[in-house]
Design a protein around this ligand. Structure first.
Ligand SMILES: Cc1cc2nc3c(=O)[nH]c(=O)nc-3n(C[C@H](O)[C@H](O)[C@H](O)COP(=O)(O)OP(=O)(O)OC[C@H]3O[C@@H](n4cnc5c(N)ncnc54)[C@H](O)[C@@H]3O)c2cc1C
Length: 381
């Protein structure tokens, strides 16, 4: 594992620290997407980041990034976490949708969509999951029928993060029901103000509005809104691998932040209790293990080895460890953890083993692609 910084790394870190100390507003402590005022503050902060070339430093320069090295990305993530500075508000757009537009989109699509997405001027959501298609995405049934130079979309999507805020949706639809299920899917870039779209926000157990159900009734979408090829939607879905190769390090920083919050909230008296001490040490070991796993992946990326399926190991470890921190908070803080931020973290952490690929599906990936175990039997298409 080689992560030596060298003088260039130190200069970049100094530059970021100075910039954050000068520009980070003090009112971003409680950032969320469900409250209008907080959301506006996040958008304003996003625009400040963009104008300074710091919204997504891994993006190529022609689209508003800095083409940053893996090491610079690591330093950026560390300094933003240390200062409690949020990144771009379009989290899914910037990390998942933009890479597909950059590599598969037409020059017109790149010119039209990427900068407003990165600046937070236009919010994006990703329409993949349906009530009967989640892990098995290829079984999706929201359909689009060709009618001259447009498609007509009918169907439903669900769990659309930021769906109630979105101006645009990267929507996966079935355009050829007679083709094998992976081949009949197309990806459309859909204007959410189109007639026939109904967005119903979903309230989470924690009371926030993080995502929405979206219903499409005879929604007209121009043919030039296809991303990639007609029938090539599966290829687009698997190409949403970001440029950001230090991304997994963010997860270990988030876990460390929650562990440190718990230590602070426990206070000296509860920390002195021998049982609590054991509980807290177990969480410290979790945080250290995840830190080492993340560093190994970043080191591989610095030496041009893509982490590949090992990222699934980190996703499984991080999501389970976040749940354990929240559960430990309940044990250590007792009734104090039943309201406020720890109650929200306890409820919210349950979603982490589902979002972005469930633990079971990630275990299948680790079994098949990391450990080389026999593939799980597939149902016929
Ligand atoms: C916080 C959050 C944000 C999300 N954001 C978005 C979004 O922006 N856009 C979007 O389209 N979707 C989003 N989703 C949906 C998410 O992608 C799906 O919930 C996820 O893919 C699982 O699909 P499902 O809910 O249909 O569960 P299912 O796929 O029906 O799974 C049900 C259970 O069966 C298990 N299972 C399924 N297949 C296998 C298998 N082959 N082997 C073993 N076990 C299996 C699963 O692990 C799970 O326990 C989000 C979800 C969450 C929680």
């Amino acid at each position: 594992m080689d992560l030596s910084l060298g003088p260039d790394g130190d200069d970049f870190r100094d530059m970021l620290r100075a910039w954050l100390e000068e520009h980070l507003p003090g009112d971003l402590d409680e950032v969320g997407v469900d409250d209008d005022t907080l959301f506006d503050r996040r958008r304003k902060w996003n625009a400040t980041l963009f104008d300074a070339g710091l919204a997504a430093i891994d993006w190529p320069t022609e689209f508003g990034g800095r083409a940053a090295s893996v090491l610079e990305q690591l330093i950026y993530n560390e300094e933003f976490a240390r200062h409690g500075a949020p990144g771009p508000v379009n989290a899914i757009g910037v990390a998942n949708i933009a890479p597909a537009i950059m590599t598969i989109g037409t020059p017109e699509q790149q010119e039209r969509f990427l900068r407003p997405m990165l600046r937070g001027d236009e919010i994006w959501s990703q329409g993949m999951s349906e009530p009967d298609a989640g892990s098995d995405l290829a079984s999706l049934s929201c359909r689009a029928e060709r009618d001259g130079d447009r498609f007509v979309v009918n169907g439903q999507k669900t769990w659309n993060s930021l769906g109630h805020r979105a101006d645009w949706c990267q929507l996966y639809v079935r355009t050829d029901p007679s083709a094998p299920k992976h081949e009949g899917i197309t990806c459309l870039l859909v204007d959410m103000r189109s007639p026939g779209i109904e967005v119903r926000p979903i309230t989470t157990i924690g009371g926030s509005l993080d995502f929405a159900e979206v219903f499409f009734t005879d929604v007209e979408v121009p043919v030039d809104a296809v991303l990639g090829e007609i029938g090539g939607g599966w290829h687009v879905a698997t190409r949403t691998l970001g440029f950001e190769r230090a991304g997994v390090a963010k997860l270990s920083l988030m876990l460390r932040e929650n562990y440190e919050r718990l230590l602070a909230d426990a206070g000296p008296d509860r920390r002195a209790d021998p049982i609590n001490r054991q509980r807290l040490v177990a969480r410290y070991i979790d945080a250290e293990l995840l830190h080492l796993l993340a560093r190994r992946t970043v080191s591989a990326a610095m030496h041009d080895r893509m982490p590949g399926a090992e990222a699934s190991v980190i996703k499984i470890a991080w999501s389970t460890m976040e749940q354990r921190v929240a559960e430990t908070a309940l044990e250590v803080l007792g009734i104090d953890a039943l309201t406020g931020p720890w109650a929200e973290r306890l409820a919210g952490s349950r979603s982490l083993t589902i979002a972005g690929g469930t633990t079971e599906v990630n275990k299948n990936i680790v079994g098949e692609r990391v450990l080389g175990l026999p593939r799980e039997p597939k149902a016929p298409a």
